[in-house]
Design a protein around this ligand. Structure first.
Ligand code: DGL
Length: 276
């Protein structure tokens, strides 16, 4: 690892495009930061895989990004944050920020009636990542969780307005609608891309929580505390790596980040897989 300073990039990874929602929040707050992103598009989804597989993939992604001399790693994936955060924090020489704590803290702060819904992948929901954290913060909070695995392919395909998505959302969210929640955690970084249909289905009175916003605040706090905030006045650079053909990624990423992206590179999975 070379010397890390303010100019070193922040690393992000996700199974696919979802982490771009976190990149967007971080670049809105910290436009001068350089960014390196890895989307494991060859192996998406992570949310229906075993904990040991997600830990293995997460370590591979982290080791790839470490070679880019990142100063901080943002696990821009709730599934990986749910099952691999501790392993990453224990094994990496740099700080690692996940999605669960910022999202839970923000949800609890936002909710008036402390009846909170959480939607996420099978992995995030079955591991009870959010409900555990929410109950540590407030043992009396009522938390209702629902896995919504079909949302990820809709997001990856960019079908954010499709009628089929509306039907799927109606089915997934019907039970939560009867629980009196006033806050719904979008516990998967892909879901903010589907916000419009999710909000329509759950109703306007429910506040949607996107973990990217509070995570960006934590990134800023850390950089300020360590004197690692980029002091450049120029817009930060952004570099993207994917493990499968980048065409679709480019289209969706451009739509999502609202700008043309030229530097997307495909990497071979072999390059990623740790030699044992
Ligand atoms: N974006 C991811 C998350 O936040 C993972 C989606 C998936 O790969 O299943 O959980």
């Amino acid at each position: 690892m070379n010397n890390i300073d303010g100019n070193s990039p922040i690393g992000f990874f996700d199974s696919g495009i979802g982490g771009l929602t976190v990149v967007r929040s971080v670049t809105n707050l910290l436009p001068n930061e350089n960014i390196v992103y890895f989307g494991d598009t060859a192996r998406v989804p992570y949310g229906s895989k075993s904990n040991s597989t997600v830990i293995e993939y997460s370590m591979e992604a982290a080791n790839f990004l470490l070679k880019k001399n990142i100063k901080l790693l943002v696990v821009a994936c709730n599934t990986a944050s749910s099952v691999a955060l501790e392993t990453l924090q224990n094994n990496l020489p740099i700080p690692v920020i996940g999605m669960i704590e910022p999202g839970s803290d923000y949800a609890l702060h936002t909710s008036q009636n402390k009846i909170i819904g959480v939607i996420g992948t099978y992995s995030t929901i079955n591991n009870r990542a959010y409900s555990t954290r929410l109950h540590i913060l407030d043992p009396n909070a009522k938390v209702y969780e629902k896995a919504c695995p079909l949302f990820v392919p809709f997001a990856e395909e960019g079908l954010v307005d499709h009628e089929a998505l509306r039907l799927v959302a109606a089915e997934y969210l019907s039970e939560l609608k009867s629980k009196g929640i006033d806050t719904l955690v979008l516990g998967c970084t892909h879901y903010p891309t589907l916000k419009k249909i999710i909000q329509n289905e759950i109703g306007p009175e429910v506040t949607l929580i996107d973990s990217g916003t509070p995570a960006a605040n934590i990134v800023e706090d850390y950089l300020l505390e360590k004197g690692l905030k980029n002091s450049s006045h120029l817009p930060g650079t952004q570099e993207f790596f994917v493990s499968d053909v980048p065409a679709k990624f480019k289209e969706i990423a451009e739509r999502f980040l609202g700008k043309v992206i030229s530097n997307i590179h495909k990497i071979d999975l072999e390059e990623l897989i740790i030699q044992r």
